[in-house]
Ligand binder design. Sequence first.
Ligand SMILES: Cc1ncc(COP(=O)(O)O)c(C=O)c1O
Length: 388
Amino acid sequence: MTIEFVDLKRQYEPLREEIMSRIDQVLAGMNLFLGENVQRLEEEFAKYCGTRYAVGVGSGTDALHLALRAMGIGPGDEVITVSHTFFATVEAILLSGARPVFVDIDPATYTMDPSRVEAAITPRTKAIVPVHLYGHPADMDPIIAIGRRYGLSILEDACQAHGAEYKGVKAGSLGDAAAFSFYYSKNLGAYGEGGMVVTKDQEIAVKVQMLRNHGSEERYRHALPGVNARLDEIQAAALRVKLPYLDSWNAARRTWAEEYSHRLADLEGVVTPVAQPHAKHVFHLYVIRTRERDRLQSFLKDRGVSTGIHYPVPVHLQEACADLGYSPGSLPETEATVQEIVSLPMYPELTLDEVTYVCETIREFVRAEKERGPRESRSAVVRGVAPR
Ligand SMILES: Cc1ncc(COP(=O)(O)O)c(C=O)c1O
């Protein structure tokens, strides 16, 4: 059996006619940017997230970068975030001119460990950017409480968390603003690039509207230097077709996650993802952990199962961050995590046969490892639910 890591063709097929007809309408009208579809999508997505404003931008990276700038973050400021994330979280901070300051993660949820935030605050700290990684919301209450105590802005990186909830409240409506990505493989994905800033703060929304469009509110009048980061009408039209399906797609992801976790539960050496009781996890990625990650990944590949590693090199150890002063050992939980994680195929259109096959193949791997003898198999074991 061959199982793709993500197979977007399966999602497209049943939507094809509707999507093509909406795209055709856009092309027939030739109103290609900041038109009706962007405006309507902004209204629909703000409503979905429970925020007042949404501003469509060119990507999740733009959303993070422009939200930070709209919050007044710039050179000389520090922004606290995590290193266990996609590089763009940190890139956006660097683009704003501020300095990223990393805190370690809670290895049970792979999100920001709130107990480490206060120690990272300095007189220059202006904002905190928690990341709802893999679709699991960060533990926001203590993060927001620290933010309020020190007068810091909170920007959620919700690029992997469309529809996730924290204590019954939608990701994106918890902080001062949030950034979403519509990268094509996200839980809500465009057919190209796209992103959205959502916020309850009118000032932030208006500033992002200007920044995405060359700092302009009125054509050929530029109040400040912005960028070209507009969401285009074709992407917005497609996203409007898809948004009503998001909840049912997330429900399917959660069903497959449950199925995986149930079938892998008794496997020694394999740690399945935990959803905290306060969290509605939307499983953008289903990530397991094992000390024999590399061997498991090639075992699965040989048997037709594609997997991924999200992410193999933590951001604080990337070349682009070399002058920030971090070195191996700076963030022990993050560094241990990246050695052991592997993401299994996860998308709403998976079938039970496919999930069963992946789990049976992992079971076969664990059995084979045991048979290799006690010396090798010992190293394959990560015990307990919460990894180191
Ligand atoms: C956690 C996280 N932050 C930021 C981004 C950046 O989004 P984009 O690729 O749309 O620029 C992504 C997605 O790629 C992401 O997963």
